[in-house]
Design a binder for this molecule. Sequence first.
Ligand code: GRF
Length: 201
Amino acid sequence: MKKRIAVLASGRGSNFQAVIDAIRAGTLKVSCAALITDNPHAYAITRAQSAKIPVVIVDYSRYPSREEYERALLSAMQQVSPDLVVLAGYMRILGGEIVRAFPGRMINIHPALLPSFTGLHGQRQALDHGVKVAGCTVHFVDECLDGGPIIVQHCVPVLENDDEDTLAERILHYEHRCLPEAIRLFCEDRLVIEGRRVRIR
Ligand code: GRF
């Protein structure tokens, strides 16, 4: 039986598209059960519709409090009941209750070499810090922001004339490879979490 994933995305959704493309190409043998988004204007919705993937919109702006939003989001996620939740450009911090509902079954793509440059604007933080290599990380989600065990990383050079956009683009190219790869490893039951380390069998 193919494993089922749910993708959470808030905006452009190019990482989501990379997952769709890998499924289409047959390199990723999973079924994408839903796109769940907090943003009714996310371009990711258009991508889901073109790929005939069900869309669930939990519009953040329509809830009076973060707690109520998160309750609705958790219930939407539980209804989809995926084997794996994939955060692909989901731009909010998930509350502990949601994270605890999918232990070892939720992964995130981050545009920096963790544990450096957590949170927003990882690429800008890398430039500002003056590092010579940057990159991306796919990791399991735990209750620590961008802090869970690391599955896949890829590094790229930071070039002399880089600005945030050129660096982000260079990193994004590898995000689009690393995310489907991490999903594939998970869905083939090849990831073993041993403390902070993820062993690939
Ligand atoms: C990516 O850089 C991802 O690493 C970060 O947000 C960005 C989302 O881009 N979390 P996209 O929506 O997948 O195009």
